[in-house]
Ligand binder design. Structure first.
Ligand code: CUO
Length: 725
């Protein structure tokens, strides 16, 4: 099949809510749809429509007339409904559509079926299923699909942006258009204290990261696909770090700890009015008023019927299991929660993924927390309302309740962690390795991190269903920090070369009231900044490490990278590598905001023995450098220690200074925020960091490459089935 025919499939991502008999893409392509494919509402007009859009300068794409498969299941989702992977019924419908797409004989037949489906199937579901199918069919692997932010920008920004964009694109010539500005802090006024951390909750990069992470680690798919190394533990750790990071941001803004939501009968005091419009549902995303209660759900349309008491029962069973140090599995047998695997078992049970050892008994606690909250405004569907932002992993992190729910989930994990044996010297120390100091050098001076606002741009053009065409740039503002260098002095007294794992964390020292944090509370707020291995010569070593090389983050250029710079042929090793480059915490959010006065924090480094930490495996590719929250593609998690080590569990010490060993060092630091906005300068390729150059992902004012990871067969979607393997 020609490349041209394959590329035509990408036209379905262009203006996804406009019918495919209209002009698509820059070449004004028009699918010549067989008459009987037109839905009833268009059928009478079919010849007029094809004449109207098939103008002389249009590229006509003939569409084969094929025998159509049974689509009755996916057709059950109304065209204008929201589509959610949290809802079992939606997953089944999408699974069936993916199977159908994957089962088509060739690209020609698939194209034909797509024209039929595009005219009548829910656009979110259609696009999602087509993406998954294109990733997994041998004859379409490696096609460069647009990102979800490009196709459905409505999930990420204020609808006013689209109105302005329409104006701009109608009034101004392509190439000469003024960027549209996406306002910051648009969801509430200063009267709402929670608004002080809206820059974190509503950050586009953070929401992309979260959406991306859940695609990479699906909770439902073929067993072999879901069953990635330590994935339950990574679910725990990645979300634990989100809560720690969010808490630090709250402290910087005079807000207290995230209050865990542990009483499911208590009103949710935080309101959230998302101010997002769904293009597909043609209506605003529902808000949640202050004081909303979780209520029993009975929504036949979503096949959800569940009482609040059910999640209370599941919760009690979790707590019992942790008290017993064992979970109940089939046959009423007990499976111990050991130090090595207990957290992984609990993570899978909690989420719950299909790896859950007993879904029947421990249920679906975490997912249903999302679902209960997202339907609290219309629990029995009497107002025909759809789910709120908590129901979609692309939008959930916008809602303050997300953090209350996950703080509770994290507390349950912590109940297990506090029962584990505390680390002794044998696991903390690295005899012969002495770290005399760590410091930070940067433009703001030694041991000072500098932050401010930065304005960047994305291209919204694909998702805007209005004419005339062409790029429409949108400016958005996000937090940014000045890059810096860690300088670490290490003395290797062992008399021979050694290899160390450097673990760098940053933690607050005071709570929001300025009172010193107890070490046990501080321990849970250590945010990971970097982790790397490094040879150490006998004698003194000075290690310099740049912030841009963080193992937690991906560079800005990779969060917001251009697909047009994708290297290699589709399906080639280079292209696969490029795809993996998209996973990681957005680098612009590496350092918390701080305060104008300078927010006090403590920087911590530990050097552990790499021989004890390392995982024997060959490494692959050049983009496996954001492993802390994302793991490594197709490999084991590259660190044998518990995730979050050495702060993953309570210590014997009661203060940080008591906790210190000779192979560790701390440095008091401040994070100084300047309330000014700078405009991001597009870097030339030669100025890009080696990490950026390695993956060839130049910044090009296009949207984030968030769907990149689902391109690989081992990254299956929650709804993907074994037949797709
Ligand atoms: Cu990421 Cu609850 O797991 O949203």
């Amino acid at each position: 099949m020609s490349d041209e025919a394959k590329k035509n499939l990408l036209l379905f991502f262009d203006r996804p809510t406009e019918p495919c008999f209209m002009q698509k893409g820059d070449e004004k392509a028009v699918f010549q749809v067989p008459d009987h494919y037109y839905p009833d509402k268009y059928r009478a007009l079919s010849s007029t429509l094809s004449n109207r859009f098939g103008t002389d300068d249009a590229k006509i794409i003939p569409v084969a007339n094929i025998g159509l498969p049974d689509l009755s299941l996916p057709m059950q989702l109304p065209y204008n409904e929201q589509f959610s992977l949290f809802i079992q019924k939606h997953r089944e419908m999408a699974g069936s559509l993916i199977d159908t797409f994957v089962g088509m004989r060739n690209v020609e037949d698939l194209t034909s079926l797509c024209t039929y489906c595009q005219l009548r199937i829910n656009p979110y579901m259609f696009n999602y299923c087509l993406s998954v199918a294109l990733l997994h069919r041998d004859d379409t692997k490696g096609l460069n699909m647009p990102t979800v932010v490009q196709t459905f920008p409505d999930k990420f920004m204020d609808p006013k942006v689209f109105r302005q964009a329409r104006e701009v694109s109608n009034v101004q010539q392509v190439g000469n258009r003024m960027p549209v500005v996406i306002p910051s802090n648009l969801t509430a006024s200063d009267a709402e204290p929670e608004q002080r951390v809206a820059y974190f909750r509503e950050d586009i990069g953070i929401n992309l990261h979260h959406w991306h992470w859940h695609l990479v680690y699906p909770f439902e798919a073929d067993f072999a696909i879901v069953n990635k190394d330590r994935r339950g533990e990574l679910f725990y750790y990645m979300h634990q770090q989100i809560i720690a990071r969010y808490t630090v941001e709250r402290f910087c803004n005079g807000l207290g700890h995230v209050r865990r939501y542990n009483n499911f009968r208590a009103p949710i005091e935080e309101a959230y009015f998302p101010k997002l419009d769904s293009q597909v549902a043609s209506r605003a995303w529902p808000p949640r008023f202050a004081g909303t209660m979780l209520r029993d759900l009975d929504r036949p349309v979503d096949r959800i019927r569940i009482e609040v008491s059910e999640i209370e029962r599941w919760r009690d069973r979790f707590i019992q299991a942790i008290e017993d140090n064992a979970i109940i599995v089939s046959g009423n047998r007990k499976m111990p929660l050991t130090e090595e695997t207990g957290i992984d078992i609990l993570g899978n049970l909690m989420e719950s993924s299909i790896l859950s050892r007993n879904r029947g008994y421990y249920g679906d606690l975490h997912n249903m927390g999302h679902v209960f909250c997202s339907y609290a405004h219309d629990p029995d569907h009497r107002h025909l309302e759809q789910y709120g932002v908590m129901g979609d992993s692309a939008t959930a992190m916008r809602d303050p309740f997300f953090y209350r729910w996950h703080a509770y989930v994290d507390d349950i994990f912590n109940m297990h962690k506090i029962k584990l044996p505390k680390y002794g010297n044998d696991r903390l120390d690295f005899p012969g390795i002495r770290v005399s100091s760590i410091s930070v050098q940067g433009p703001a001076g030694n041991n000072t991190f500098a932050t401010q606002w930065e304005q960047s741009m994305v291209d919204l053009a694909r998702g805007l269903d209005f004419t005339p065409r062409g790029s429409v740039l949108a400016k958005f503002t996000h937090l940014q920090h000045e890059e810096f260098t860690y300088v670490i002095e290490v003395n290797n007294t062992s008399g021979r070369a050694a290899m160390g794992t450097f673990r760098i964390f940053l933690a607050p020292v005071n709570d929001e009231k300025g009172q010193p944090l107890r070490f046990e509370d501080q321990r849970r707020l250590f945010i990971e900044l970097d982790k790397f291995s490094q040879p150490l010569n006998a004698g003194n070593n000075t290690i310099r490490r740049n912030s841009v090389d963080s193992s937690v983050t991906i560079p800005y250029e990779r969060t917001f990278m251009s697909q047009s710079s994708r290297p290699g042929q589709p399906g080639s090793a280079e292209a696969a590598e490029f795809d993996f480059c998209g996973c990681g915490w957005p680098h612009h959010m590496l350092i918390p905001k701080g305060t104008a006065k300078g927010y006090p924090m403590v920087l911590f480094v530990m050097v552990s023995n790499w021989n004890d930490d390392r995982v024997e495996q060959d490494t692959v590719g050049s983009c496996n450098d954001a492993a802390s929250y994302c793991g490594i593609r197709d490999r084991k998690y590259p660190d044998k220690r518990a995730m979050g080590f050495p702060f993953d569990r309570p210590a014997q010490a009661t203060t940080l200074s008591d906790f210190m060993r000779p192979n560790m060092a701390v440095r008091p630091c401040t994070v100084k925020f300047t309330d000014a906005t700078r405009v991001r300068q597009q870097r030339r390729d030669t100025e890009a960091s080696p990490r950026v150059r390695r993956c060839g992902c130049q910044e090009n004012y296009t949207s984030a490459d968030i769907d990149a990871l689902i391109r690989k067969p081992y990254y299956y979607d929650p709804i993907t089935r074994s037949s797709l393997v």
